[in-house]
Design a protein around this ligand. Structure first.
Ligand code: FEO
Ligand code: CA
Ligand code: CA
Ligand code: CA
Length: 648
């Protein structure tokens, strides 16, 4: 998220953080002990430099003769860094628009009319600010055409560029009807897509198509916290039924084909003041509730914590939805904890248990994994459908010696007792952050997507930035003070056992410009001036096992956000290569490959949302470039001219 996130990271001048160069000793100790090339699959022979040595050192190595085993894993000609009104993709590829905000999903969907938006219309149209993209393959049709269900999260509404006439008078200009339109634009979309004549297209009117919104989609609370008194409200005295989901950021697709929607910055949806001395005061404070980014609480009691103090406890969960059944009721799986969940990428461990990774996207918050109690049963979908209701949630402590200790958040274990305010597992889960605090988890530089690689046992953690970390707060896993540019950590699960309570970690890259020594970036010196990036956010592993990273905040480094291929093995480990560039003001979400690896789905989020942008004067009118049409968050699909794997 960019615009209203209190962990906002965009449109900040590329100022070099004071003190960043003072951490060399910390980094140096870590690098000298384990070595940048010490990760799994690494081969030695080419020394890498921390960019405290500056471009000269890096270039000297970059120009050294290539050694054996340095063939790049990616074979495409990278694009140039830059920023303009439109998107760019590597030569030899095409980027097609698949679906835009406001596009129809149903036979009765009204045409998009940006000047006269209504909640009723938006509920029948593709929502705003597409973030997570998931694919659930369907059988080919009678004609042999490929089909899939595209599962999309609509993270938030960029009110300033989405709605006409509100920017100048905000927030007073927000009416109840406009708030309802926003609620209808949150949530998610399930849409069937089909490949026709080599091009992927949405199937308008498919019986699978569905909109999930913030206010009209009933959901059941399940797992250990369901029914807790702390989840009960006037509307729902049972504490088990919630209308809707908000701020759905990244997510996941389970091995049994369900869609996990991560509720992230839910604190922004609330207004009001808690009654004096209310028991939720400390809890809400820990999550930044209420932060009042949205005006919904002026018109709807549930979003006013003075009237409904428990309502915020009903958000911040992982929602599981069955895209194969459009009438199914989504479930908020409380066993996975309540944080500002960035995503929910997951993997089957060797013993059959399922492991879900998630980052809590806030400065100084934590990385988690959830291990199911039960085991995945191949071929028996029904047996897997409630696997996420029982299991163990762990939070990560990253030690300076390269160990990751996964600390269980289990009531009655260690300090998670009544004495510390945890009377039950429901309390531990509702206050997951505080439970992780008392366990001594490692505060990280805004954990975003956390992606396991099922083939290697490695897990990639995107840490997008943290400009509030002080010199005194740096540690081995977060080695830069005032970290504006983020870094990527690789977790190595021992022998591919994702359920392990002890893992190892390595630094993969420290982001930012390697030519500016005080930035403290760390890239393989083979990285070109276009290949480095800032603020990693989402990532994907393609069918060949290669890592791709998308950014939210590269504009801090003077160029548009986009997608980079990133080498993780061999002498090129830590080398980035630029593949796709967003239009100005946008961040890039998704990314998602199809199973064949010949189609890559990308979510261009909040195009045109530049400093001072409004509906009337956006930073770009991508993708339509019509004077009367605002910029539209859109999903694109990348294919290779003549077919073949994306990235070579
Ligand atoms: Fe919604 Fe953490 O990005
Ligand atoms: Ca983001
Ligand atoms: Ca994100
Ligand atoms: Ca991902």
């Amino acid at each position: 998220m960019a615009m209203m996130d209190d962990s906002e990271n965009k449109t900040v001048n590329p100022r070099i953080a004071a003190g960043a160069a003072t951490i060399g000793d910390v980094i140096g100790e870590r690098l000298s002990r384990r070595g940048f090339l010490g990760g799994l699959g690494a081969v030695s022979g080419l020394a890498l430099v921390g960019c405290a040595t500056g471009r000269e050192g890096a270039m000297a190595l970059a120009e050294a003769p290539a050694e054996a085993g340095t063939e790049p894993a990616f074979r495409f000609a990278e694009i140039m860094r830059g920023m303009d009104e439109t998107h760019h993709v590597a030569e030899g590829y095409r980027a097609d628009l698949l679906i835009r905000w406001g596009d129809p999903l149903f036979a009765d969907s009204p045409a998009f009319d940006p000047m006269n938006q209504t909640a009723a219309a938006q509920r029948r149209q593709f929502g705003y600010n597409n973030d997570f993209l998931g694919l659930v393959p369907l059988e080919a049709d009678a004609g042999g055409a490929e089909r899939a269900l595209l599962c999309v999260n609509h993270e938030y509404t960029s009110t300033n560029i989405m709605l006409p006439g509100v920017t100048a008078g905000y927030p007073a200009s927000m009416t109840q009807a406009l708030c309802e339109t926003e609620m209808a634009a949150h949530g998610g979309t399930i849409v069937e897509i089909r490949k026709e004549d080599g091009a992927w297209k949405p199937v308008v009117g498919s019986p699978y198509n569905r909109r999930i919104t913030a206010d009209t989609t009933p959901m059941r609370m399940t797992g250990p916290a369901a029914g807790s008194a702390r989840l009960q409200t006037t509307e729902d005295p049972t504490g088990t039924l919630v209308s809707g989901t908000v701020n759905n950021c990244a997510g996941g697709i389970t091995p049994w084909g369900t869609f996990l929607m991560a509720e992230e910055n839910f604190n922004g949806n609330f207004l009001g003041t808690l009654p004096e001395g209310h028991r939720e005061a400390e809890n809400h404070k820990r999550y930044g509730v209420p932060s009042g980014w949205y005006q919904w609480g002026r018109f709807f009691d549930r979003y006013d914590v003075g009237k409904e103090p428990n309502e915020p406890n009903r958000f911040g969960w992982i929602v599981e939805l069955d895209p194969m059944d459009p009438s199914s009721m989504p479930k908020k799986r409380t066993a996975l904890g309540r944080v500002k969940h960035e995503g929910a990428e997951n993997v089957i461990a060797p013993d059959g248990r399922v492991v879900v990774y998630t980052g809590d996207d806030q400065r100084f918050d934590y990385v988690y994994k959830f291990v199911t109690k039960g085991k995945f049963v191949a071929g028996d979908r029904a047996a897997n459908m409630d696997l996420l209701d029982e299991g163990t949630l762990y939070v990560a402590r990253f030690d300076a010696d390269g160990t990751v200790a996964w600390l269980p958040l289990v009531h009655g274990t260690g300090p998670l007792t009544e004495e510390n305010g945890f009377a039950s597992q429901a309390d531990v889960l509702i206050e997951t952050r505080r439970a992780a605090d008392v366990l001594g988890a490692t505060p990280m530089d805004r954990p975003e997507d956390v992606e396991p690689d099922p083939k290697t046992g490695r897990v990639y953690v995107m840490l997008t930035n943290n400009d509030r970390r002080t010199d005194a707060q740096v540690d081995a896993a977060n080695p830069r003070a005032s970290n504006r540019f983020g870094h990527i950590i690789e977790i190595i699960e021992p022998e591919g056992d994702f359920t392990s309570e002890t893992s190892r970690w390595e630094m993969l890259v420290r982001c930012g410009d390697p030519s500016v020594a005080p930035v403290g970036a760390l890239w393989n010196p083979l990285t070109t001036e276009n290949g480095w990036f800032s603020s990693p956010d989402n990532c994907a592993i393609d069918p060949q096992g290669r890592l791709w990273v998308s950014t939210d905040g590269n504009e801090n480094s003077g160029a548009a956000d986009g997608l980079w291929a990133l080498e993780t093995d061999g002498a090129r480990r830590g080398t980035g290569r630029h593949f796709f560039r967003c239009p100005v003001g946008a961040e890039l979400c998704g990314p998602r490959f199809n199973e064949a690896g010949d189609a890559l789905f990308l979510a261009v989020q909040h195009p045109g949302d530049t400093d001072g942008a409004s509906f009337e004067a956006p930073g770009t009118r991508w993708p339509d470039f019509q004077p009367a049409m605002p910029p539209r968050p859109s999903v694109m699909v990348i294919t290779r001219n003549g077919g073949g794997p994306i990235g070579g």
